[in-house]
Design a protein around this ligand. Structure first.
Ligand code: FAD
Length: 291
């Protein structure tokens, strides 16, 4: 985690900053990263991706939800979405913290709906305090739905061991989007990249289905160098990030899946995208100044 990222992470939690960012949101930058607020707008985005051979994983935005009514609304949103997916090449991604303090039953309901729709679920990974519980829920879900995907974050020191344990299954490898302390996580971008490469070596040597979630050209190049058959792994990127590269990789015959977030609760997701890249914060500041 760079000083820039840590500072932006902290600033975006300040209520006045949240109000400013939300005010600027109507001006285009949020739409670059978030596929609208409704099921229809999310499915329209998937159709656009599918037109040039890109796959999707759809995320109904929301996290840290405790109100049972909001949990029920989130489950309904996923069920609606999955009822509309039809033949589109889409799976869904779910954050357990959107499903309340005991998320298993709600997650299982979403997995069952995905199964009926002929697709599956990947369970996102949130901050480091949640890793053990999240992997435990994924393990229980897999007893009934073996295709459920896990996510591991290369930045965490523990993750090489997690990769060894999970290498026979569907696993999305990412760098990690949360600010974590040095005692448990690599801090410098070059250390995170090296850790990612080591995790990639483990997953790509395994019998599972690695999902390589990164925009980092060197890591994508490395992933393509293992010589695995195209249908045994996939590359994944975020909606609105390196779109030309997404199209190029899909056109070259690689499985390229795009993470498509949608919904009204976009702030925390958007704040993480700002923290990742100074240029994104620059766009936002310019739109604020233009008023
Ligand atoms: P970076 O070094 O950050 O980026 C490499 C290059 O990509 C940059 O130089 C830039 O050109 C481009 N780029 C990267 N980010 C941006 C951006 N925001 N805007 C514009 N350009 C950019 N994290 C979690 O902690 N848990 C999850 O469950 C999770 N799921 C994810 C799912 C997918 C499909 C992807 C792609 C990422 C996910 N992430 C998740 C986020 C991830 O942890 C990183 O924060 C994010 O992908 C940026 O890291 P990077 O590997 O792309 O490398």
């Amino acid at each position: 985690m760079t000083v820039f990222s840590a500072t932006v992470h902290a600033a975006t939690r300040v209520p006045a900053v949240r109000r400013l960012v939300t005010a600027a949101a109507g001006r285009g930058l949020v739409e670059r990263f978030v596929a609208g607020e409704s099921t229809d707008s999310a499915l329209a985005a998937v159709r656009t991706l599918a037109a040039d051979g890109r796959l999707a994983t759809l995320d109904h935005l929301g996290e840290h939800v405790t109100d049972p009514a909001r949990v029920a609304a989130t489950v309904r949103a996923y069920l609606d979405l999955l009822a509309g997916v039809g033949d589109l090449p889409a799976e869904v991604s779910v954050k357990l913290s959107a499903l309340g303090p005991r998320p298993f039953d709600a997650a299982a309901e979403i997995c069952a709906a995905a199964d009926r729709a002929g697709t599956t679920v990947t369970v996102d990974m949130e901050d480091s305090s949640t890793v053990d519980d999240t992997l435990a829920v994924v393990g229980r879900l897999r007893e009934e739905f073996p295709r459920v995907g896990a996510v591991v974050q290369a930045a965490l020191h523990r993750t090489e061991a997690d990769c060894r344990a999970l290498a026979g299954s569907r696993v999305r490898l990412v760098k990690g989007a949360y600010a974590e302390p040095a005692a448990i996580a690599h801090q410098h971008p070059s250390e995170v990249r090296a850790a990612y490469a080591r995790c990639l070596d483990i997953l790509m040597a395994g019998s599972g289905h690695p999902m390589i979630g990164t925009h980092d050209p060197r890591l994508i190049q490395r992933a393509l160098g293992y010589g695995r058959a195209a249908d045994t792994f996939e590359l994944q990127m975020l909606y609105g990030v390196r779109v030309d590269e997404q199209r190029r990789l899909a056109a070259a015959g690689h499985r390229m899946r795009v993470y498509v977030p949608y919904g009204a609760d976009w702030y925390a997701y958007f704040a993480r995208r700002l923290a990742e890249r100074p240029a994104n914060l620059g766009f936002l500041l310019r739109s604020l100044v233009k008023g």
